[in-house]
Structure formats: C-alpha cells, structure tokens
Design a protein around this ligand. Structure first.
Ligand code: ZN
Length: 510
C-alpha cells in the first residue's frame, strides 16, 4: 500500500516535471479545492438558500418538535445527495444523524462531526429574530435574500447556529456537490455524524457510541465545531482538557462568636480555608499538591513547538481584560494551557463593608474546578487532593458533620465532588494529524495548530477505543457571537470551509 503510494507520488512528480505546468498535475487536494471554488462561485445563492432554510428551523435540544424537523430536513438534504442515511435514536435524546458515502475499495472510514442543535436564544436581545435568518453587509445593512446577483463575501448571515454549528454541515454538503459536479469521489469511506444535543452537554453521546459502535467508532474523527483562530487563520485543535470540580466547607464554632472574646482561641474557618487553598497552588498558578503532577505526561516537543508558534494575541487580551500582569511564571498563554490547572471559582463566608461584623463565622465555603491534562483522570485528581488534605491534618466528610464529629475532630472539611471526565489529546505527529495539516498547507491554508483547548469538551469519547485520532477543525469566524445574541457567519468563512472540506474529502487517502 505504502510502496504503491510512493510510486504514485514519483509518477506525479515526474508528470509535473514533464508538463512543467500546474493544473493537470495538481494534487487531489489542490484540484478539489479549485473545483470547489469554481462551483461555489456559480452556486452561491443556492448554497445560501439551503443554509437559510436549515437555519429557519428552531434547534434547541430540549425542543423535541424543532429537533425532529431538523432531523427530517437533514436526512432529506443528505439523501438527495446520494448518502446512505441512518437516524440513531435513544429514548428521550435528540437523534444522531449518520450519513455514509462509501469509496470503492477503501478500508478507512473517517467521520466528520458537527452538531445541528444550538444554544437557547434570548430573543429580546437579538437585532431581529434568532430563527429568522437575515443577511447584512459589513456596515450592518440588511441585504435581500431571495434575489439573484453576487454576494459580498464580507456580509454575514445572522441566525442562531449560523456559526455554531450548522455552517460546517452546509459547507460539507456544498463540497460534496462540487465534487460530484467534477466527477470526483471521496478518497476514503466518508461518514458525516450530526449530533443534536451538544449544547446541552452531549449527555447521551457515550451511550450512542455504545449503541452503535459500528457507526460511531470510525478510524478517525474530524470534529467540525467552534471558530477559527482570532488571526483568521484556520485552526486545528488536537485535544481538550478534562474537568472535575469540588465544593469545600470548613467548619468553625456551631454559632457565630464575638471575635474580641474568642479570637486567637476559637478557630476561624475563613482563615483556615484560606490556608488550605493556598496550599494547592502558588502565586504563579503552579500546583503545589505533593505528587499531583506525577500523573501528568509532559508535553511533547512537537506540542511545545506548536504552542509557541500560535500567533501572539496576549497584548490585545491584556488590554481587553485590563490586567497588569499574568500568572504562569513567564509562560505564554498557550503553553500555560498545556499544564493542569486548579481554579478557585468561588469563596463564601461572613460579610464585608457596612454588613461586616466582628464575628468568628460558623463556616467558610469554596468551590474549585480542575482542568485535567493527560494522563490525569477525575479519580486521580480526587485521590491526590484527599490524600493531601489528610496529610495536612484534615478530617474529610461528605455530609454535614454531627455534634460528636465536631467536638472530637479539630479540622473538618466537607467535600462535595461534581462529575467530570478525562482529557483527550491526539499527538501532533500522529500520521493522521500530519495528513490533515499537510492537506490544509497544500491548499495554502497553513493551520494554527493548538495541542489542546484550554476548556473542556468530552473529546475523550471520540478517542475511544483508546487512541482513535480526533482533531477539531472549525470554519466559523472567531467573532461569530457564538452562544450569544446576533450569532452570525461571515460568508467568506463558509466559502473557505467548502474548499477545506473538498480538499480533505478528496485526499485523505491511505
Ligand atoms: Zn458548537
């Protein structure tokens, strides 16, 4: 197989040398992208019409009738293009739409994921209505939709899910149209997977994968969601951090006490909780729980290099956030995101200002969220934190301590753990990672490669069974007001997406 590929490559180079011209000898990626552009330029209004029709269907995950209308529309759009469509259903869950286009003689199946549900919309905050798509030019002037004529690529289509995440669906289908017009077939078994409750946290995605492993365990995934890099360059995301969280309650006296009469003698829960928290991380944000980093796999050389090469937006962000300094001991933002994080997200006790009283309060509470990197798990985080607290002399409880417990233990902390899930990361130098990045480079769209999202999405599900490559490939503009009022898609991002999908469909051959 590989020898054949090499031979084909030599033949291609030779042909290119002989003809001395581009065009006839372009790689499938370049040819498919060029064909997609030509096709799009003569079909922009048709693409827009189909996009508008899909965006007009309300798509909040809990709105089951809206969800079913989306499923019907998607199935029709896919069948119309000759894909084999299957609608997977679990009771009380939005369906997953799976569509296949098999390539003759190809063994590899690559799945392209997008989600057809969208965030709920606060209608009153919209300029217009969330499910009534409106086209506006760069100056904000409304443009007619149902007419002929050229479209300004800087104009934007405003509607819920225009960017997040129906844009990739339309771009994939337009790419298939362009390929069919050019009599070009996918280079692998192409599978499109459209989920219907991503914005509700994908609570059934794992169950769906167990229900239909033959459909939802492909050889590789491209997860088409989110915005491209702020610089406008395409982005490939190779992972996401995992997450878990805990609430802590530290107990003082059973009733509030005069701090003049009892201070320095009755333990102050605020002070004790502050000491506890400061034992978890230092001022630069580095975790200081002994042994906590033992479970952490150091970033690879490729990951460090990719993180360092991400365009620097820090000065802009510092101005925007109005911060005079940063954590991380000199690290860049994207390097800091490669590390695990402990974030204190809340602290509650007593009162301040005019409501302050000279009292030793009865309890103090804090809430922490953890961002996990390979190979941490929610269980390993919990084990390390609990061991650390015991070493510091704390007695751990999981419910309100009774009087007997309170009088016989000096330091009591109640822990309430939330749910969580592990991180995921596909190596940047894995064969599939290199293939995808190469295709984008070949068509002149050298991607920003980010080893991990700082945030958490359940990407680990896509990597199962262990090691299935899963790469995030967004197409929406970074300023698309994702999740917010006036969500929009810049038309040029849709046009670019069509070319990217056509190039990938035509060339991820192995
Ligand atoms: Zn999304």
């Amino acid at each position: 197989m590989r020898a054949f590929a090499r031979a084909a490559c030599v033949v291609t180079l030779l042909a290119s040398f002989v003809s001395g011209a581009s065009g006839a000898t372009d790689s499938p990626a370049v040819a498919a992208a060029r064909e997609a552009r030509a096709w799009r330029q003569t079909h922009e209004r048709d693409i827009l019409r189909e996009f508008v029709a899909l965006l007009a269907i309300p798509n909040v995950a809990r709105d089951r009738s809206g969800i079913e209308r989306n499923v019907t529309a998607l199935a029709a759009m896919l069948e119309h293009r000759g894909l084999e469509v299957r609608v997977l259903r679990l009771v009380d869950a939005p369906p997953i739409v799976v569509a296949d286009l098999r390539a003759r003689g190809r063994a590899r199946t690559i799945a392209f994921y997008a989600h057809y549900d969208g965030q709920p919309a606060d209608t009153l905050s919209w300029n217009g209505l969330p499910w009534t798509p409106v086209l506006r030019d760069a100056a904000g002037h409304e443009q007619p939709l149902g007419v002929a004529g050229a479209l300004d690529p800087e104009s934007r289509l405003f509607a819920r899910s225009s960017g997040d995440d129906k844009a990739p669906i339309l771009a994939m289908l337009a790419a298939l149209d362009a390929m069919r017009a050019a009599k070009r077939a996918p280079a692998f078994n192409l599978r499109l997977v459209f989920e219907g409750e991503e914005e509700a946290g994908s609570p059934h995605l794992g169950a769906y994968m167990e229900l239909a492993p033959e459909l939802l365990r492909p050889d590789a995934w491209l997860i088409c969601d989110g915005p491209v890099h702020q610089s406008g360059r395409p982005l490939l995301g190779f992972g996401a951090r995992g997450t878990t969280g805990v609430d802590l309650t530290v107990y003082g006296p059973v009733k509030g006490l005069h701090d003049g009469h009892y201070g320095n003698w009755v333990p102050n829960p605020i002070s004790r909780l502050a000491h506890l928290l400061s034992s978890l991380r230092d001022d630069a944000g580095r975790v200081t729980i002994p042994g906590y980093l033992d479970a952490v796999v150091a970033p690879s050389e490729a990951e460090r290099k990719a993180a360092a090469a991400i365009p620097d937006v820090e000065p802009t962000l510092r101005g925007e956030f109005q911060i005079g300094g940063v954590e991380g001991a000199g690290e860049a933002l994207n390097e800091a995101l490669l590390r695990p994080a402990i974030n204190i997200r809340g602290f509650q006790s007593g009162n301040v200002g005019t409501r302050a009283t000279n009292t030793i309060p009865t309890e103090a509470r804090a809430s922490i969220d953890f961002r996990l990197v390979p190979a941490q798990t929610p269980a390993s985080v919990r084990a390390h934190l609990e061991r650390h607290l015991r070493t510091l002399g704390w007695t751990l409880v999981d419910s309100e301590p009774d009087s007997a417990t309170r009088v016989t233990h000096d330091r009591i902390v109640r822990l309430s753990w939330g749910a969580g899930y592990p991180p995921a990361r596909t190596p940047l130098d894995a064969p599939f990672s290199l293939e995808v990045a190469t295709v984008l480079g070949t068509i002149g769209r050298d991607p920003v490669r980010t080893p991990t999202l700082g945030g958490s999405v359940p990407m680990y599900l896509f990597e199962q069974p262990r090691g299935t490559p899963a790469i995030i490939l967004p197409i929406a503009n970074h300023d698309d007001n994702q999740h917010a009022p006036n969500e929009n898609l810049r038309l040029q991002n849709l046009w670019d997406g069509i070319e990217v999908f056509a190039a990938l469909f035509a060339s991820l051959e192995r």
